[in-house]
Write a protein that binds this ligand. Structure first.
Ligand code: SAH
Length: 400
């Protein structure tokens, strides 16, 4: 795979800087020459224009991110045992969660942030749900599966490689069982002592939004006695925590009927008072505009929208959508009310979301204080040399 027979990729003059600074992506425009004919995902050696060794990586000529860098130490050959040890190390870094009796589901491998580009592995109770998002990760599938199996002995390993970004790598979408038993259609996981039914094969992402685990718990401590509007509720995570924390009522809004049904089932599963929950199948923008007109007010509004922007081309439109939705949320809040507002768009920075909140407060004509800043949890680490890994941000705000 690597070593002396590996293909050499020689960079253009001055383009070695990002590799030296340990950024894991190398764009095709930085490459001067490819010495050989590597197959998609093949491990290569990266050399600077003077032919000094820089790093090992894997190559895909189809992708604009032509190389994902794997290893900067020339003596550490990238072979099967290299992958096995990186996988073991990533799992080992989740020790705190592994010892948490109240949570059995969390992310074990967060791709580039865990030095395993293109690979996502989520643990859902006794099953694993995986994504192989690059040709390099895809080519190593047998090695990765056998390493996961040996280390964790899951009942089954499922593949959810149906994310759009696979097409940028020239890979087809894939959804199916890799090894062991198929997970039941709906099966139970636990997260901070709350039980959820999840659907690995058909749910969003790998089955559940694991990245909001700690933020959902935080809401539990804010909720006692409040009337809460949970926008983009999906399977009810925030509302279930709010009811657990003693909320007076929760209104769950989502455009997906299936998600709302699952949310209702999850509220029942946790033995929470169903009569305190109202389910609304609607576009959130429409719902908020109507609510603002009707004069109905809440003590807390949670906004956890899907990604509004996937590339720089969509940034301006996305920021205006964040501004609008937060403005309407502020309009339906009582004085002293709480706005909890997230963005999971990687290209929308925490600062940009704050600016959108500022304009929302001006347009809603309400003074607003930020009382907490939120981000992604410890199993979705942000790698300093890879700022793209910081994607989830949120603010808890108080309307004065
Ligand atoms: N808060 C959830 C995750 C939200 S994911 C949790 O903690 O698990 C985003 C949700 O928004 C999805 O359920 C999707 O169905 C819904 N959605 C996307 N666009 C929408 C829109 N315009 N109006 C209402 N719901 C929408």
């Amino acid at each position: 795979m690597s070593g002396h027979n590996a293909v050499d990729i020689i960079l253009k003059t001055g383009r070695e800087k990002s590799v030296l600074q340990r950024h894991p992506w190398l764009f095709s425009g930085a490459i001067a020459r490819v010495d050989g004919n590597p197959s998609p995902g093949e491990t290569v050696r990266l050399l600077d224009f003077r032919k000094n060794f820089l790093a090992y990586g894997y190559y895909n000529q189809v992708s604009q991110i032509a190389v994902r860098v794997l290893e900067w130490d020339e003596s550490n050959l990238v072979d099967d045992s290299w992958w096995e040890s990186k996988i073991a190390a990533s799992i080992g870094r989740r020790e705190k969660l592994a010892n948490d009796k109240n949570t059995d589901s969390y992310r074990l491998i967060f791709s580039e942030s865990d030095f395993l580009p293109g690979l996502v592995v989520d643990k859902y109770s006794d099953y694993l749900s995986t994504q192989f998002l690059t040709a390099g990760a895809d080519a190593l599938k047998p090695v990765i599966i056998s390493a996961l199996n040996a280390l964790l002995k899951p009942v089954g390993i499922y593949e959810r490689s149906d994310a759009e970004i696979r097409s940028l790598e020239g890979l087809p979408s894939a959804n199916g069982l890799l090894i062991g038993k198929n997970p039941p259609d709906k099966f139970e996981i636990s997260e901070n002592s709350i039980r959820y039914l999840i659907d690995i094969a058909g749910g969003h992402k790998t089955g559940h939004y694991l990245d909001q685990r700690e933020n959902r718990l935080k809401i539990r401590h804010y909720s006692a006695g409040l009337d809460i509007l949970d926008c983009f509720c999906y399977t009810g995570g925030f509302s279930i925590n709010a009811l657990t924390g003693g909320a007076n009522s929760v209104t769950l809004v989502d455009s997906s009927k299936a998600a709302l049904n699952m949310a209702q089932a999850n509220i029942e599963l946790n033995g929470l008072p169903g009569d305190k929950a109202r389910f609304v199948e609607s576009d959130v923008f429409d719902f908020l505009r109507e609510s603002a007109k009707s004069g109905k007010l809440y003590d807390m509004v949670i906004l956890d929208p899907p990604k509004f922007a996937s590339s720089k081309a969509h940034l301006k439109k996305a920021l205006s959508a964040y501004k609008d939705i937060n403005m309407y949320a502020l309009k339906v809040l009582k004085p002293g009310g709480i706005l909890v507002s997230y963005s999971c768009s990687g290209i929308v920075s925490a600062e940009a979301l704050k600016v959108a909140l500022f304009w929302a407060s001006i347009d809603a004509d309400k003074p607003v204080q930020i009382i907490e800043k939120l981000c992604q949890p410890l199993d979705h680490p942000i790698l300093l040399s890879f700022p793209e890994s910081e994607y989830l941000k949120g603010y808890i705000c108080k309307v004065l």
